[in-house]
Write a protein that binds this ligand. Structure first.
Ligand code: PGA
Length: 261
């Protein structure tokens, strides 16, 4: 895994946005895999700025989000559809019909999950998948014990995730216990995986994901099996890595090679 350590959360968001923007400039009809939560907000803020100030064009882009809470309507302020509209979609020129999230109000979960997989496939697959990491090591809502070959399906959230997400809802009792999530297998089919993690509260999960054993215990560790995965971390999230100095040196060398070419 390529590990990029930057100073703070602001710089991490900018770095992730640059990776996405580079792709969109190279491939205007790119398929973006998007994530919700506190971590990607700065990245989306920067993409909005690039759209407004630099004309970054999303008119041919398609997007697929990782997950959605079961039972929340698109206009529920804590639904992930609502999050995406308010943090990104309504501020850029991506056509609304090109943006996809699992339907949290579906009456037929299995059919919805299967259809979501088919939609990703027929869009040509995901070019870059943005990911956060849960404090329990999850990617999307692939909680500990999820199959590393899993596909889009219904998952129950762990008590830890419910606790972590209660800050958005006001109380733990209001957090849905079920979500439709793309699987680890779905995520690993993306051409590039970009995991973004910031803050000291992620440091242990980040260490386990990057330097620990590949295990369903920490589903983010499955990114070690992906040939093109990048972790963008701030100093706080990188604090427990054994090989942080090596990653920093490798990035410097990478930069100097790029400068020389
Ligand atoms: P967070 O969530 O960005 O709100 O910390 C990350 C995740 O659960 O994937």
């Amino acid at each position: 895994m390529r590990v990029v350590i930057v100073e703070d959360a602001e710089a991490a968001g900018r770095r992730a946005a640059e990776e996405i923007a580079d792709l969109v400039r190279r491939k205007p009809n790119a398929v973006l895999g998007l994530a919700t939560g506190g971590t990607p907000v700065r990245c989306y803020h920067e993409l909005v700025r690039m759209h407004r100030e630099e004309g970054l064009d999303f008119s041919q882009v398609h997007t697929f989000n990782l997950d959605e809470y079961l039972g929340l309507a698109p206009d529920h302020p804590q639904s992930y559809r609502y999050f995406m509209q308010s943090h990104l979609f309504q501020h850029i020129n991506v056509p609304q019909e090109n943006t996809h999230l699992p339907d949290g109000l579906t009456k037929d979960v299995d059919a919805t999950c299967q259809q979501y997989e088919e939609q990703i496939r027929s869009a040509g697959g995901i070019d870059i998948q943005l990911l956060g990491i849960g404090s329990d090591g999850h990617i999307a809502f692939n909680e500990p014990g999820s199959s590393l070959a899993s596909r889009t399906r219904l998952k129950s959230l762990t008590a830890e995730t419910i606790r972590d997400n209660a800050r958005f809802f006001g109380s733990e009792a209001d957090v849905p216990q079920l979500a439709i999530t793309t699987g680890v297998g779905t995520i690993l089919e993306s051409r590039v995986c970009l995991m973004l993690a910031t803050g000291q509260q992620k440091a242990t999960a980040v260490r386990e994901a990057i330097e620990g054993a590949v295990s369903a215990r920490v589903t983010a560790s499955a990114l070690q099996l992906h040939p093109q995965s990048i972790a963008v971390l701030d100093e706080a999230a990188a604090a427990e890595l054994d090989f942080a100095d090596y990653y920093r040196r490798a990035e410097q060398l990478r930069e100097s090679l790029r400068g020389a070419s």
